[in-house]
Design a protein around this ligand. Structure first.
Ligand code: OAD
Length: 229
């Protein structure tokens, strides 16, 4: 039985990282048009870099929670088929919990992309105006390796193949408001099982056969225990 798991900001909420669209979420504090579009970066690169620098620095103050840990456990123990974890999150909590078969479709905070040579490389510090690309050495052309609104999400081909072959699709902590991830549940085979884990009804809730209404830190370990029983 092939599994595909999709995660969103809700899985990291209990680790202390704000979601985007909940009350008090990131997009109520800062306008996404000012920090999360290519146009914003052209208009005010320092502002955009500062936004992502702060979020990158915040990663040092948070840790994976039982939901991240349960998914890593599931990946390690799953021998009945393929396993793929797709995350919309740019944090590194899945890999720190031990996940390896993981695709960051919206990129990663701890990575910088060079606009001169196109390479992306691990990046743990602030991206400064004088920062140089570790691949080509060009200074001043680095941007966060995150997908902005208006840009193509990453790894879509591999994700679509995995979705088309899965027997179970689990969506955790995502509002179902951002595409293409919102549409993944409609791309699985007709007879596949679909489970949504979210304390609230997401915008895509009607497309799921099963709903588990509760926090990820409780509901994910519970589902994983059932799958491994
Ligand atoms: P949202 O902020 O849109 O949605 C977060 C979801 O998590 C909501 O449906 C909450 O109900 C749910 N949630 C909150 N606490 C939870 C908990 N403890 N356990 C489980 N669920 C919980 O975040 P995303 O759907 O991830 O993109 O947003 C998708 C994309 O929009 C992000 O990747 C980002 C953003 O703009 C880019 O920046 C490109």
């Amino acid at each position: 039985m092939n599994l595909v798991v999709l995660t969103g900001a809700g899985i990291s909420a209990e680790s202390g990282l704000a979601t985007f669209r909940d009350l008090g979420g990131t997009w109520s504090q800062v306008r996404l048009e000012e920090v999360a579009t290519p146009e914003a970066f052209l208009a005010d690169p320092a502002r955009v870099q500062a936004f992502y620098d702060a979020r990158r620095a915040q990663l040092r103050r948070v840790a994976p929670n039982p939901a991240h840990e349960a998914l890593a456990r599931l990946e390690r123990a799953w021998t009945r088929g393929d396993f793929l974890l797709v995350t919309q999150n740019v944090d590194d909590l899945h890999e720190r919990a031990g996940s390896r078969r993981l695709l960051h479709m919206h990129g990663e905070l701890r990575s910088a992309r060079c606009l001169a040579c196109g390479a992306d490389s691990p990046w743990d510090e602030d991206i400064r105006p004088e920062s140089a690309c570790t691949a080509c050495g060009t200074a001043g052309r680095l941007r966060p390796h995150v997908v902005w609104f208006g840009e193509m999400p990453l790894y879509m081909e591999a994700i679509e193949v995995a979705l088309s072959r899965c027997a179970l699709f689990v969506s955790i902590g995502t509002s179902g408001q951002v595409w293409p991830a919102a549409g993944f549940v409609r791309m699985i085979p007709r007879d596949a099982r679909s489970v949504e884990i979210n304390p609230e009804r997401s915008q895509m809730a009607d497309a799921f056969a099963e709903h588990r209404r509760g926090p990820a830190s409780v509901e994910v370990p519970r589902l994983v225990a059932e799958l491994l029983a």
